[in-house]
Ligand binder design. Structure first.
Ligand code: GAL
Length: 801
């Protein structure tokens, strides 16, 4: 993985100053700021002398869809979230000093959705249809040194529908400008792999391509510890006369500090291309030394230890921020999942932002890195099937080359529920895709997320090319997997599709409902609230409740693990409802990042933390009988009390994952106590709340970086006069910011709200609302004030440093 300048620690910089400060060395600079943007089409905008004076100025990453209004009449479908798409243009003018004329310059786009076309100084550089792939252009021959240059980018997301979820539109990931010496290491040209770990040492193998434009080059590879001490280095001559040479080198690391989920240790790697003593190019990477294998009988092993894969699928949107990449937003999502005990992510159904994989490396997640949601056969009229034939090889190669140095990546997926499963073209295409991957990376298994669970009917499986059978749903076949798929390795690539609305409850809770009920029913009848109960007992007809599938996966060692659909709610695909539903109900966590109750079921199963969580809330109609559930762990039993009266003690039996009581409702306090061998482990209380009386603001981080990007997430709770959350509160909250901060987005996790995400007000939903404050580039004190009718103003302070 290529390190960006801002993520390099100080120690690292200091210890490597000498190595990197040499003239001619590579620079990678952010190219995000000071673009002009026009929403609409104007083909003249590619020309150098075009007057873009009236365009809007902005910094990237940018997603124009998220700035728009939800509307059933937009060209995007309900499955895509119903936000606007269309065509947009971006331009940026920049200068380069004459002194740099002997250097090479490249522009890197981490991701543009979709159909981007790029011009430099009026010269056409090319097109990339795929909206999730990172790509690079060489600008060198067309640049003006000592003068000004203009980049123009057209983004065309007008061919609709083209996705089954919210995609966003625009240059929604970062852009970089890289300069190198005459000779250089091409993009993705270095593959650093752990060739062997045994005894007390690891062998690290480097395969580095070099674009040779001068004689007598040498390549130096060095490995440093996380704190910057040199472990070892090697210098090798690069063959003269080649244009593209490949250099193979080995470095031995004694007593390696292994990378794992609990201890994600990262070494630093520096590659230096030397001409005499001068560094003409250099790259920095991180290196995680680890080994793993899948076993037919015993599942997944990391560094020789058995690990159950407890994963979730994630789409790429960051809720109210849309697709516009923000590292802190992704880090927060991963922290919430890590606290739940999640150890794996499937980047469904596309390559993620590079920063996402950096975070997984650093935080200890293993990643299934997925390439495609369709091949030649379409899922939507204008989706990537139109481009697959021409682009699949290039896109897949670019993905593997970009991501193969990440220790977190442990599995490639060549596709999700691909239609070619059902006919013989699946055989040829699967073989071709797997061979593209293996040529560039022979260290990781390749799978595909299959929805046809009959091995005899599945042509992708029949190709024999997959290292691992990835099954989506079809939990009914898991127990017999060894019989039906002799000698095959298993992973549940997608499971559950259970449905919940945070904070909404209805009964009965002891039967499972399927919404929609079958393929004959498009939308569920559901309820007038367009909500789904948050007791874990509703799922799409192809899925199960959370408890049902986890019980199976947990039971058998040969089931290496699972990816739950999904970790977070995402915009689009609001199964089971018709409009105005516009975002998903599948998340364990809602769109705003507030956990639904089932989060605590996972936490009780996937961590060693003592968990005690009660549901539902305690505001009901007198005379009702309420099903009360408790998730708990690290305890033998739970006793429930209503207003001090014991309602009995329950303990999970057999494979139970929760306990429950039927409670005749009375207002007051519901209290649970968990005990182990008679000792109290945890106590949890919920209360009948009175009318909304006050607002509480909780910041996730009270101090953020004044870098124009960092975020503070503020949870707004609507409380009664005694400080208890009002479970049905939907008050309109008005925000005001003073100091060096801006409102990046507002949300409340409701899948049906038509309120915009870019606003300074938002309604609460089941008592909660979210404000996302972003730092500007100057330090100071940011004050966020929140107010709602009939309640006092409340403020919170965030320091931007
Ligand atoms: C799966 C599909 C996912 C998502 C999910 C919803 O079949 O792979 O992308 O659509 O269904 O349940």
């Amino acid at each position: 993985m290529q390190l960006k300048w801002f993520s390099i620690t100080l120690v690292w910089i200091l210890s490597l100053t000498t190595a990197l400060a040499q003239p001619g060395a590579r620079t990678i600079k952010s190219f995000d700021n000071d673009w002009l943007f026009y929403l609409g089409d104007d083909s003249l905008a590619r020309n150098v002398n075009y007057n873009a004076g009236s365009w809007r100025s902005l910094n990237l990453p940018h997603d124009w869809s998220i700035e728009g209004a939800f509307d059933e009449k937009n060209a995007t479908t309900q499955a895509e979230g119903g936000l606007p798409a269309g065509i947009g243009w971006y331009r940026k003018i920049f200068t380069l000093p004459a002194a740099l004329k002997d250097k090479n310059f490249f522009i890197n786009f981490d991701g543009v959705y979709r159909n981007s076309e790029v011009w430099i100084n009026g010269h056409y550089l090319g097109k990339r249809p795929n909206g999730y792939i990172s790509f690079q252009y060489n600008l060198t021959p067309y640049l003006q040194f000592g003068g000004s240059n203009v980049i123009a980018v057209k983004v065309d997301n007008s061919g609709q529908p083209n996705s089954r979820w919210y995609s966003g539109s625009g240059i929604y990931r970062h852009v970089w400008m890289t300069s190198t010496g005459k000779s250089y290491i091409p993009e993705g040209g270095a593959f650093i792999k752990t060739a062997d770990v045994s005894g007390n040492r690891a062998i690290i193998n480097f395969q580095t391509q070099v674009m040779v434009n001068e004689d007598n080059l040498r390549l130096k590879a060095s490995i440093y510890t996380a704190s910057g001490e040199l472990v070892n280095s090697i210098i090798t001559s690069v063959g003269n006369g080649d244009t593209l040479a490949t250099v193979s080198q080995n470095i031995i690391v004694g007593h390696p500090n292994l990378w794992s989920i609990d201890h994600p240790y990262l070494y630093k790697v520096v590659l230096q291309l030397l001409s005499g003593k001068q560094v003409v190019d250099n790259e920095q990477h991180t290196l995680g030394i680890r080994y793993f294998n899948f076993d037919v009988q015993r599942g997944f092993f990391l560094n020789g230890e058995s690990v159950k894969i407890k994963g979730v699928c994630l789409h790429h949107d960051e809720g109210a921020l849309g697709a516009a990449v923000n590292t802190r937003a992704m880090e927060r999502q991963l922290q919430i999942l890590k606290d739940m005990g999640c150890n794996a992510i499937r980047t469904s159904h596309n390559p993620p932002a590079p920063e996402f994989l950096d975070l997984c490396d650093r935080m200890g997640f293993i990643v299934m890195d997925e390439a495609f949601d369709m091949w030649e056969k379409k899922k939507n009229k204008h989706d990537y099937h139109e481009d697959f034939k021409k682009w699949h090889k290039r896109d897949l190669e670019d993905q593997v080359k970009r991501d193969r140095n990440h220790p977190s990546v442990f599995l490639w997926s060549i596709g999700n529920e691909i239609r070619e499963q059902f006919d013989s073209t699946g055989i040829t295409i699967a073989r071709e895709l797997v061979s593209i991957v293996k040529k560039l990376d022979n260290t990781r298994p390749v799978t595909s997320a299959l929805s046809e669970s009959d091995p005899k009917k599945n042509f992708i499986y029949q190709s024999g090319a997959l290292d691992l059978v990835g099954l989506n749903y079809h939990q009914e076949v898991y127990a017999n997997f060894p019989k039906n798929y002799p000698n095959q390795k298993f992973i549940a690539t997608e499971t559950m599709s259970a449905l919940e609305t945070r904070g909404f409850y209805d009964t009965p809770t002891d039967t499972t409902r399927h919404w929609p009920h079958s393929s004959k029913e498009k939308f569920a009848k559901g309820n007038p609230e367009v909500a789904v109960t948050a007791y874990d007992n509703v799922a799409a007809y192809w899925g199960t409740t959370h408890e049902e599938t986890w019980k199976i996966i947990k039971k058998y060692d040969f089931l290496s693990g699972l990816f739950v659909w999904t970790g977070f709610d995402y915009i689009g695909e609001p199964v089971p409802y018709a409009w105005p539903a516009r975002s998903s109900y599948y998340g364990i966590v809602d769109l705003a990042g507030f956990p639904k109750d089932v989060y605590y079921m996972y936490q009780s199963e996937w961590t060693d933390k003592p968990v005690l969580h009660l549901l539902p809330h305690w505001n009901h109609n007198p005379g009702e009988t309420i099903d009360v559930w408790a998730y708990y762990s690290q305890a033998d039993e739970v006793e429930l009390f209503l207003n001090g009266q014991s309602l009995g003690t329950r303990a999970k039996q057999n494979d139970d994952l929760h306990v429950s009581w039927k409670v005749p409702y009375q207002p007051g306090t519901l209290k649970a106590i968990s005990r182990k061998s008679g000792r109290i482990i945890k106590t949890e209380e919920i209360y009948t709340a009175g009318p909304p009386a006050q607002i509480k603001l909780d910041v996730d981080r009270a101090s953020i970086k004044a870098d124009g990007r960092d975020l503070s997430y503020i949870t707004v709770s609507v409380l009664d006069k005694n400080g208890h959350v009002v479970s049905n509160a939907d008050n309109l909250i008005q925000f005001n910011i003073t100091g060096p901060g801006v409102m990046a987005g507002v949300d409340n996790g409701s899948p049906t709200s038509m309120e915009p995400f870019k606003a300074s007000q938002h309604k609460a939903f089941h008592g909660l609302c979210l404000a996302i404050v972003q730092a500007k580039q100057n330090a100071g004190i940011i004050t966020l004030t929140a107010q709602a009718e009939g309640m006092p103003k409340t403020k919170v302070i965030i320091r931007a440093r």
